[in-house]
Design a protein around this ligand. Sequence first.
Ligand SMILES: [Zn+2]
Ligand SMILES: [Zn+2]
Length: 185
Amino acid sequence: MASHCPHCKDRNLHPSRIETDLPALSCDGCGGSLLSLVAYRHWRENQPEQAQHTAESAVLDEVQDTSVALCCPKCRHFMTKFRVSADARNQIDLCVHCDEAWLDRGEWQLLDSLALAGRLTQVFTQPWQNRVRSTEAERRAEQLWSERLGTDYARAQELREWLRGNAQAREILAYVNQVRDEIPR
Ligand SMILES: [Zn+2]
Ligand SMILES: [Zn+2]
């Protein structure tokens, strides 16, 4: 039985290749692909190390991302979304029942450019997702500090970095902290 595209719904998926030796099912309408993680693991095992190559940025202009919930074309369960990295808004949909991932148009190339094509299954783990979230939280906090400190932010950052690598950081802070009482509130 033909599988329907989870995105376009009225289109069938047809056999395709994401890489020369990595088969998938793709949709001509939206350019998305359904990738079996079984096929992916098989492909990964046969990849020489350092086979990562960087996709052309021209291809990355076409990256799309589905924000709506998708139904797995095989079992009709809702797929789960996984953030790829803190640098990309993209989410990859995974059916945890079938072990099938849905890649929107350009998302494979995006993974490749982030050197993640060979580590796709790691993206679906809790530690990975936690890391994406904490990196994002750190960035938001930095953003708030930069707004609060304005033109002094760069200088403060520099000072912090300098203290971070300094064995006497505590002493220096204690010394600097003396000005605290002199600062008007
Ligand atoms: Zn489609
Ligand atoms: Zn499924």
